[in-house]
Design a binder for this molecule. Structure first.
Ligand code: ZN
Length: 108
């Protein structure tokens, strides 16, 4: 018996695939979605753009993450930078935090 076989608390149904510590991929109404592992809420259709399809996203100045981040990225880059943090719409678990180029008014 391997070490993985002894850890039954983290075994998943055959139709689920772990994405990370917070998300699994599962079929919802016949299409693959990322689903919160904590509250079972579908958060977005699975795919590379899932972060932009979340409904609960905070976007603000980089310094809102702490004093170690500079709000004026123009010292180093040709674009403005924002802090984006996405949350599960069911339990508000933080699913990702990133500093990314501003999207010039596009809705995330
Ligand atoms: Zn959740």
């Amino acid at each position: 018996m391997s070490k993985a076989d002894t850890n039954t608390a983290h075994q998943m149904p055959a139709d689920e695939q772990a994405v990370d510590d917070n998300l699994v991929q599962r079929l919802v109404d016949g299409s693959p979605h990322y689903v919160c592992r904590h509250c079972d809420t579908p958060v977005a259709p699975a795919g590379p753009d899932w972060r932009h399809r979340l409904t609960k996203v905070f976007e603000g100045a980089p310094s809102t993450a702490g004093p170690h981040l500079n709000d004026n990225a123009r010292h180093y880059l040709d674009v403005d930078v924002v802090l984006r943090q996405g949350f599960c719409p069911g339990c508000f678990t933080a699913l990702f935090t990133e500093t990314v180029p501003a999207r010039n008014g596009e809705t995330p």
